[in-house]
Design a protein around this ligand. Sequence first.
Ligand SMILES: Cc1cc2nc3c(=O)[nH]c(=O)nc-3n(C[C@H](O)[C@H](O)[C@H](O)COP(=O)(O)OP(=O)(O)OC[C@H]3O[C@@H](n4cnc5c(N)ncnc54)[C@H](O)[C@@H]3O)c2cc1C
Ligand code: SF4
Ligand code: SF4
Length: 610
Amino acid sequence: MSSAAQPIEIDRQTMEVDIACAGFGPATGGFLTTLTQAWSQNPTDPAFESRVAPGMPLQVLCYERADDLAAGVSGVVTRAEGIRSSFPTLDPAEIPMAAAVKQERVFYLLDPVGASRRSALLRIGDFFLGLGKKFCLRDNAFELPWTPAFLHKNGGLVLSIGQFNQWVGSQLMASGLVQIWPGSPVAGPLFSDTKVEGLRLCDQGVDRHGAPAEGFMAGMDVQAQLTVVADGQKLDWRFGLPTGHARREWALGMKFVIELPEDTQLEAGTVWHTFGFPEPEIFGFLYVHPDRLVSVGIFMPSWLGDPQRTVYRYLQHYIQHPLLWQHLKNGTLRSWGAKSLEESGKHGEPFLTGDGFARIGEGSGSTNMLTGSGVDEAWTTGVQLGEAVIELLRGGKPFTQENLAATYEKRRRASWVERGAREAKNARTGFHLGFVRGLAGMALAGLTGGWLSLKTHIPPAPKQIRLLDNYLAGGLTLKQAIAVSLDDGRPLHDALMTAAGWPEISLDGRLLVTHQDALLMGGKVQAIPGFADHVVFLDKGRCIACQEKTCIAMCSGQAITLGADSAPAFEREKCVHCGACLWNCPHSPDGERSSIEFRAGAGGLHSAEN
Ligand SMILES: Cc1cc2nc3c(=O)[nH]c(=O)nc-3n(C[C@H](O)[C@H](O)[C@H](O)COP(=O)(O)OP(=O)(O)OC[C@H]3O[C@@H](n4cnc5c(N)ncnc54)[C@H](O)[C@@H]3O)c2cc1C
Ligand code: SF4
Ligand code: SF4
């Protein structure tokens, strides 16, 4: 008997298909592109006849949570090896906002503000760099004399993920061979013992707790021979992870898309990687698109212990660093976005295949945190699954775990994605011992192809957050922060940053705008009515007692605020679906998971430029 993700037991519409995909990102794009390219080259190949509806073509459907295929958030600079092998004659000019990589530079940013938390060792390093100011420092930045080979994106592309996904999606739709349904969140897989038999779509016409309300429409059950999963939280809950694996490393990537002033000197295809500011652990990027557009962003890692973690404000400080500000200051904010990255790589790799299902993309552990690259890896895992599925279809073989392992997993294990993942496995673990050791570990892993690195125990994400008491003991007093907070009624985490010495942001209404105003920029946050809340607090008592309230500090959209009863309150209308609340709670019910459950949901930020 099938059991599914949502509790409401009711007669549901069902549909039978051959292949159902959950989520449309680069991974599913690679999968569907591979399938449709082979199919359109051999339209009469009986392999592409449906098993569930004999005489009909293969039934392939993809359900995407967001309202638009262009609603993703990413950098992106990519070597694009996998993407180019799918499109050998690709001309970047075909994809809006795409440019060939022309120039790549890496900068260590010093702190011109004096507020970032730098260890004594780092301060000594900064002091010596300062002594050689005339020779090696410019605009408070030290440029690495070379770009390490593992970071290089030679021959690669600068992309907007929204535009790229839209470009891929429109070709797939035009092929007429597969269907992609945006605005269709998948509630979870349909299980039958250890087998996945398809997926269930979310109920609509429900109240915020998921109970049927006016216009109730039970989410359809889509029975599938093969379910392709790009996310997969519910699979992990059901099957667990392979022995020794855990998902403990995350980062929130937040970016602005800025229109540069007319006299800009920045050329399309320029790629800058930075580290050192606004906090040493925060890596940043600047990628220039054609038409005077630039993507600028930062990554807030889970190993940054501070409970404040106010990413939007940090990003505003980041763009004002002298190295960047000289180019950005007369620009205009066009849009922004945020998304969590699953950074555990091999440490968090789930079961890639099972009876009736296969996992691809970031959720399958493909993102390479040594090279800072996820798009091409995700795409390539999709391609590998596409090739495997074609092989099984042609061989008349069912989608069992054994067959998927012998085709998809085999290809993946033998590929550059796997080699890269192995090299990257321990590249960043040193950061759990501190910034300097983290950098040393990354350099070691990068320069030795992963043979050497700094290995250490990685604590669960909740344990990576320093408790407020420890944080305040580091020099601040709660009194100071509360005084700032009470002064103008701002949230405590914002006040903590001010009390720590970060200057107030001088808003200019054009590039430096309030977080609330940003929510309306570049396409707005939307929440289609009739869906349940996807952010659910599991234990109100625990939340009331919680001092840190990291979920509020970390919320990208100010969708989690402090309610009147001292418990956090969630507003779906402001949620950008970044997923940060999933890993930003120090008080875990089981030591691993957050006190928040992040369920499937519709809506989010709608910007086609991210
Ligand atoms: C700010 C930022 C900068 C980055 N910079 C770079 C870079 O420079 N280079 C690089 O290579 N990578 C970069 N990355 C990482 C890269 O974006 C990801 O690795 C890549 O997008 C992963 O692709 P994917 O297809 O696996 O997953 P995703 O792109 O996350 O796609 C998954 C899709 O599934 C959908 N989905 C999820 N759950 C459900 C559900 N329940 N029902 C239906 N749909 C669902 C999501 O809405 C999404 O569209 C960056 C990421 C961020 C956030
Ligand atoms: S969800 Fe976690 S961080 Fe947020 S208030 Fe509750 S216990 Fe605190
Ligand atoms: S509530 Fe929404 S915007 Fe806020 S952290 Fe969670 S997913 Fe992100």
